[in-house]
Design a protein around this ligand. Structure first.
Ligand SMILES: Nc1nc2c(ncn2[C@@H]2O[C@H](COP(=O)(O)OP(=O)(O)OP(=O)(O)O)[C@@H](O)[C@H]2O)c(=O)[nH]1
Length: 214
């Protein structure tokens, strides 16, 4: 059984690989801002990330691999960081990342990750389901401006939702996580296992037999 990941996220790929699944990668090319703008009304964090995850998964359903339709499960994902009721994606610019860190140090926000799974076994859409996994993230209160400048200068915070990572350079500045850490990184494998069960599919059937485990 194969999983097709409609994402360019290095972290989603690394999370699946570490959990024993080697996905086939597809690029959705979705214009996230356009999809969000076309929504009928204002969206809260969970609704936004599920909408975008769905758009990414649905964008690749007609892809053909070596001339053949997709035969397996298609997964789309999206993540956003919520602080004081505001939603944040990637900062992209150093100045914005710096502002974000000045605002979030010592605070607790929530990272929402949306998942959309399409059962495309046999080369056609047989069903679809989605869910969101959220986790709260607390930042150290004594982060200095110099530390923020040094972290922003690495470039890492520019390309991740919320301008931080929990599993890389940002880890030193995160003091507490409540919820699934994988949801923070961008893909909750425990949630994905549950979603597969909705189609009577087993997570362990996705394991790549060459995966050595630890
Ligand atoms: N490694 C790591 N990445 C994170 C963390 N938090 C957020 N991210 C990444 O931030 C990115 C959020 O942007 P998204 O729009 O969801 O995904 P993307 O990277 O643009 O990739 P697409 O799925 O192709 O849109 C994702 O790649 C997440 O994996 C974290 O704590 N660790």
């Amino acid at each position: 059984m194969r999983l097709y990941l409609a994402s360019t996220s290095p972290a989603r790929l690394a999370t699946l690989r570490a959990a024993g699944v080697e996905p086939i990668l597809l690029v959705s090319g979705v214009d996230e801002e356009a999809v969000a703008a076309a929504a009928p009304g204002p969206l809260n964090g969970p609704a936004l990330v599920e909408l975008l995850a769905r758009a990414k998964a649905e964008a690749v359903t007609d892809s053909r691999i070596n001339g053949h339709p997709i035969d397996g499960f298609i997964l789309g994902g999206d993540s956003a960081f919520e602080l004081d009721g505001q939603l944040f994606g990637k900062p992209h610019e150093p100045e914005i990342a710096t502002q974000r860190w000045a605002a979030q140090r010592g605070r607790t926000g929530v990272l929402h990750s949306g998942h959309w799974l399409i059962d495309h076994r046999g080369g056609e859409v047989r069903g679809a389901t989605g869910a969101v996994s959220s986790a709260s993230v607390t930042f150290a209160s004594n982060i200095s401006d110099a530390e923020i400048d040094a972290y922003v200068a690495t470039g890492e915070p520019l390309k991740v939702a919320g301008a931080f990572t929990i599993d890389s350079l940002g880890a030193a500045f995160i003091t507490r996580i409540e919820g699934d850490p994988h949801a923070v990184v961008g893909l909750s494998v425990s949630l994905l296992r549950q979603l597969l069960r909705e189609f009577d599919a087993e997570w362990t059937d996705l394991w790549n037999i060459e995966h050595p485990g630890l």
